[in-house]
Design a protein around this ligand. Sequence first.
Ligand code: FES
Length: 106
Amino acid sequence: MPKLTFIDADGTTRTIEAQTGLTVMENAVQHDIPGILATCGGSCSCATCHVYLTQEWFEKLGALSLEELDMLDTAHDLEPTSRLSCQITMTADLDGLVVRMPEGQH
Ligand code: FES
């Protein structure tokens, strides 16, 4: 199982064995990771699953859908490597993925 690491705004780090086929958001919810609210349940309509990636992972994951870009526009504290974690599906290739949560999203 690929490892997936979450870093809180306060720097607390949690690494889980992620389930492939589920999104980063779904893995977070399954493991009670704070800072991923996911109030819309993953339908790309709330932006409360906002995370930051490193530049390297952001590029590796490729282009965002227009739907995700539109919803990200409504997120607070947007950064160039912002993503919605409900739009990233875990695969074996994503082993070692690290996501950081924005301050204030808890
Ligand atoms: Fe709502 Fe990701 S869970 S946009």
